[in-house]
Ligand binder design. Structure first.
Ligand code: GMT
Length: 380
C-alpha cells in the first residue's frame, strides 16, 4: 500500500507512534509518505520506502495566524496525486483530520476524480483537552465523523470519545506498541550506567514532553523521598514547559546533583535500559506510551491510576498504580521494590512479558494493515 502519514513532528506520544508505525510499515514493504511541517523527531537517517514531504506555510504580513491546516490539505492532495497514495492516515484529530477531509474533497473534485480515504487515530489530548474546548469541538466532531476509519489507542479513549463527542461511527481500539527487539535490555549498557550512577546507585527515570498534564514536579517529590532511603539518581528525559519548575524544585530541595535533566533524546531506549523504575505520575494518560517503552526494557513503571494506564499496567504484577498526587504512596512502592532485588527482577520480567505478549509491533502493526484493507474495500 502507499500510505500518507501526518502527525505532529515534535516531541509527543502521537508523533512517536505515527513515526514508529511508518517505519514498521515501510519495513513490511509498504511505501510511506510523511507529510508534516518538520521531519518527525524519530525519523532519523534515510530509510527504504520512506519519503518525507515538508509543508511550507507562507508568512504573509496579513496572516496573524498562518493557515497551516490549509497548507497541509494542499500538500496532502498534491502528494496523493504525485505518488498515487491509497490512503491518508492522520494522527491527532486537530487539525489533521480536517486537512485530510479537505484533501479527500480536492481529489474527488478533480476532472478524473478519485477516492482518497483517510483514517484518523485519536491519541489523547486531541479529545480530552483540546477537542473539548468549545471552539474546536464542532469541527473535531465533524472531521471524526467524516473519517473513513477511526482508531483510538485505548478502550478508555474510545469510550470517552463516544460519550463526550456523541459520535456515531465505529471506533476501533488499536493499542500503542513498541518494537520489542529494539526496546530490550542488551549487554552493552554498563559504561553509560557508570556515568550516571558511578557508585552503583539505583536509577529512576521519567520520560515525557514536560507538559502540565505530566506533573513532572511529582517526580522530584517522589525521588526526594526515595533518595533519603536508597542511594539513587533520577534521569529526566525530554523537555517542555514544566522543565524549569522541576529543575527549581530539585535545587530548592538540595538534590539537583542527583537529578539529571537529559533533554530531548533520539534513542530513548539507550537510557531506559539503564533504569530500574520509571515514574509516570500524570494527571491523565489515555495510554502511557512511555510506560510501555520502559516495560519493554524491563523497567518497572510506577504510574497513576488514570485513563488507559490500567489497560497496560496491572497493579502489583507488572508495576504499581496510585492516585494522582499520591507522592508518598508512589515513593513507598519504589523504596519497597528497590530494597528487594528478587521482587524487582520478578516485576521487571513481568513488565517485559506484558509488553511482549500484548503490545509488540509484530502484534499491533498487522491490526493497522487489516484496518487499512477494510477502509480501502469500503471506499472502492
Ligand atoms: O501527552 C503526550 O505525551 C502527547 C500526546 C500526544 O498526542 O502527542 O500523547 C498522547 O498520545 C500517546 C500516544 O498515543 C499516549 O500514549 C499518551 O498517553 C497520550 N497522552 C495523554 O493522554 C496525556
Amino acid at each position: 500500500m502507499k500510505i500518507g502519514i501526518t502527525c505532529y513532528p515534535t516531541y509527543g506520544g502521537s508523533g512517536v507512534v505515527a513515526t514508529e508505525l511508518g517505519l514498521e510499515l515501510a519495513e513490511r514493504g509498504h511505501e510511506v509518505h510523511f507529510i508534516s511541517y518538520a521531519q518527525p523527531i524519530r525519523l532519523t537517517g534515510p530509510h527504504p520506502n520512506i519519503h518525507y514531504h515538508e509543508v511550507e506555510v507562507s508568512r504573509y504580513p496579513l496572516f496573524d495566524y498562518p493557515p497551516y491546516d490549509l497548507a497541509l490539505a494542499s500538500r496532502m492532495a498534491e502528494v496523493a496525486e504525485l505518488y498515487d497514495l491509497d490512503l491518508l492516515h492522520v494522527h491527532y484529530a486537530i487539525p489533521h483530520s480536517v486537512s485530510a477531509l479537505l484533501a479527500r474533497q480536492m481529489m474527488a473534485a478533480k476532472p478524473r476524480g478519485r477516492k482518497l480515504p483517510f483514517v484518523t487515530t485519536l491519541h489523547g489530548t486531541d479529545i480530552t483537552l483540546v477537542g473539548l474546548d468549545r471552539s474546536y469541538l464542532p469541527i473535531t466532531r465533524f472531521s471524526i465523523e467524516q473519517s473513513d476509519g477511526v482508531t483510538a489507542i485505548s478502550q478508555y479513549l474510545r469510550e470517552r470519545t463516544l460519550r463526550e463527542f456523541d459520535i456515531r461511527n465505529e471506533i476501533q481500539v488499536i493499542y500503542n506498541f513498541v518494537n520489542c527487539d529494539v526496546y530490550c535490555r542488551g549487554g552493552q549498557a554498563s559504561e553509560l550506567k557508570q556515568e550516571y550512577a558511578p557508585n552503583g546507585e539505583r536509577l529512576l527515570v521519567h520520560l515525557s514532553n514536560f507538559r502540565p498534564v505530566k506533573r513532572v514536579t511529582d517526580c522530584i517529590e517522589i525521588f526526594d523521598r526515595v533518595r533519603k532511603q536508597i542511594p539513587s539518581k533520577l534521569l529526566m528525559m525530554g523537555d517542555g514547559p514544566d522543565r524549569s519548575r522541576a529543575e527549581w524544585l530539585a535545587v530548592q530541595k538540595g538534590i539537583h546533583n542527583d537529578v539529571i535533566f537529559l533533554g530531548k533524546q533520539e534513542q530513548v531506549q539507550e537510557k531506559l535500559v539503564l533504569a530500574d523504575i520509571l515514574l509516570l505520575p500524570s494527571e491523565l494518560e489515555s495510554f502511557g506510551l512511555a510506560a510501555l517503552e520502559g516495560m519493554a526494557c524491563e523497567v518497572v513503571p510506577i504510574a497513576t491510576r488514570v485513563g488507559g494506564i490500567p489497560e497496560l499496567i496491572e497493579h502489583s504484577k507488572s508495576g504499581y498504580l496510585a492516585d494522582v498526587g499520591a507522592v508518598d504512596t508512589m515513593a513507598r512502592y519504589a523504596i519497597e521494590l528497590l530494597s528487594d532485588e528478587k521482587a524487582l527482577r520478578t516485576m521487571a520480567k513481568a513488565s517485559r512479558e506484558v509488553a511482549q505478549s500484548r503490545f509488540c509491533a509484530s502484534r499491533i502493526i498487522p491490526q493497522y494493515e487489516e484496518f487499512y484493507r477494510r477502509v480501502l474495500e469500503r471506499a472502492s
